[in-house]
Design a protein around this ligand. Structure first.
Ligand SMILES: *[C@@H]1O[C@H](CO)[C@@H](O)[C@H](O)[C@H]1NC(C)=O
Ligand SMILES: *[C@@H]1O[C@H](CO)[C@@H](O)[C@H](O)[C@H]1NC(C)=O
Ligand SMILES: *[C@@H]1O[C@H](CO)[C@@H](O)[C@H](O)[C@H]1NC(C)=O
Ligand SMILES: *[C@@H]1O[C@H](CO)[C@@H](O)[C@H](O)[C@H]1NC(C)=O
Ligand SMILES: *[C@@H]1O[C@H](CO)[C@@H](O)[C@H](O)[C@H]1NC(C)=O
Length: 365
């Protein structure tokens, strides 16, 4: 009898191990301690690492160079909702696999696009990593957990992961459908045609800030009308605007004085993850939140909220970080050992950028 009980336990343990046959970059959220331990035995445990220092040379320079040629996607490589990260991977500024550490992402967006090393960059990267990444291997897929990254993690990860957070991607995005309405991570031709139409109408055939403002508003109105679960509150409320000006700020060649983005260049970035030949990154670091962003936000009236009658929630910085920490705790109710250390290091990195405005919360002292 004891023997049979032991066999049953062994069988259950084996079943557990098999049930969580994860890729090294899959999130561990929702797993039991035994499952996390079983996973840890199969990989090199790296844990949380300090955020990298800013790059030193921030001049304009050739980035589609001989060392970073575009290569077509192979079956085992991941690409996701963010055209900028996709292009960095397809040009080898990030690992071509599409699986990277948060530090590699912070460095690659500076190298490839001259993105400013600032609060928003660290905050967004480490927030996305805490929710989507693998905290033991320190790896994350730029394709996100919903993409073909192996079995979906068990609840609560699905319930509270990307949908609540949408740090990189979310509802009403430019060229990807809302999750409730279709494929939310692949290039969508119908939506890209809207960008072309609007750019022809108000941008003189280019995607300039006037076009960005109208595309933003049209996608917002579409989601309000068509998506019963439309979520448009912080942090998505902020990233939704920033992502509309990113193509203007980062995809226009640094040598150009044109204030609008050529639509063929835009398509190549969005559809093929490809920089134009001889592409030079911009000549000054930018966070993408300058006058272009003000223009888009001021062009129409927006209130953060979601589709639920008249429900609205406007959140302050402290509420947002507190909510974020709470969600992290829901994903990892009682982390132990290496996992606990890694979460704490990454939470430290997440709080660096907001340290002057928000009090850091230590959920796992
Ligand atoms: C994408 O859609 C899947 C389900 O189709 C969902 O689980 C995931 O949260 C969505 N991702 C985002 C960023 O909305
Ligand atoms: C493309 O986006 C439109 C508008 O959101 C949607 O109706 C359509 O289903 C999407 N196509 C795919 C393949 O997801
Ligand atoms: C965008 O381009 C159009 C066409 O050239 C122009 O009329 C418009 O003023 C531009 N928008 C801005 C904000 O400069
Ligand atoms: C949406 O409204 C329903 C019914 O009033 C309520 O039960 C639910 O909690 C609301 N959801 C949100 C996110 O506020
Ligand atoms: C986070 O959880 C704490 C403790 O349960 C609670 O006091 C706080 O209100 C929560 N924050 C948010 C934004 O829900």
């Amino acid at each position: 009898m004891f023997l049979s009980v032991q066999f049953t336990i062994l069988a259950l343990q084996l079943a557990n191990v098999l049930a969580v046959a994860l890729n090294p970059y899959d999130s561990l959220a929702g797993l039991t301690r035994d499952e996390v331990d079983a996973f840890a035995r199969t990989v090199k445990v790296v844990g949380g690492q300090p955020a990298p220092a800013p790059i030193k040379d921030t001049s304009m320079k050739l980035v589609n160079d001989a060392a970073h040629p575009w290569m077509p996607l192979t079956a085992d490589q991941q690409r996701g909702p963010c055209p900028g990260l996709n292009a960095l991977a397809s040009h080898g500024w990030l690992p071509r696999s599409g699986v990277a550490t948060p530090g590699e992402i912070v460095t690659a967006v500076q190298n490839g696009f001259n993105m400013e090393y600032n609060r928003a960059l660290l905050c967004v990267t480490y927030a996305a990593f805490l929710v989507n990444g693998n905290l033991l291997t320190n790896l994350m897929s730029i394709g996100g957990i919903s993409r073909l990254t192996g079995p979906a993690p068990p609840a609560p990860a699905l319930a509270s992961g990307l949908n609540t957070h949408g740090t990189f991607e979310g509802d009403a995005s430019l060229s990807r459908s809302d999750a409730a309405l279709g494929d939310n991570h692949s290039f969508n031709e119908t939506l890209f045609q809207q960008i072309i139409d609007i750019s022809n109408k108000v941008g003189g055939g280019r995607y300039n800030v006037s076009a960005a403002a109208e595309v933003r508003f049209q996608r917002f109105q579409q989601s309000v009308a068509e998506n019963p679960g439309f979520f448009f509150s912080t942090p998505r409320f902020n990233t939704a605007f920033i992502e509309t000006v990113f193509p203007i700020v980062f995809f226009i060649d640094g040598r150009s004085t044109d204030p609008g983005l050529d639509l063929n260049v835009m398509r190549d970035f969005f559809q093929n993850s490809r920089m134009p030949p001889d592409f030079h990154r911009r000549g000054t670091p930018s966070g993408g939140s300058d006058e272009e962003l003000d223009f888009v936000m001021a062009a129409h009236d927006y209130v953060p909220g979601f589709n639920n009658g008249t429900a609205r929630d406007a959140r302050t910085c402290s509420l947002t970080t507190s909510q974020f920490v709470n969600t992290t705790m829901e994903l990892y109710p009682s982390p132990q050992g290496d996992l606990r250390d890694a979460i704490n290091t990454n939470l430290d990195n997440f709080f660096i950028p907001v340290s002057t405005r928000c009090t850091q919360i230590f959920p796992f002292p």
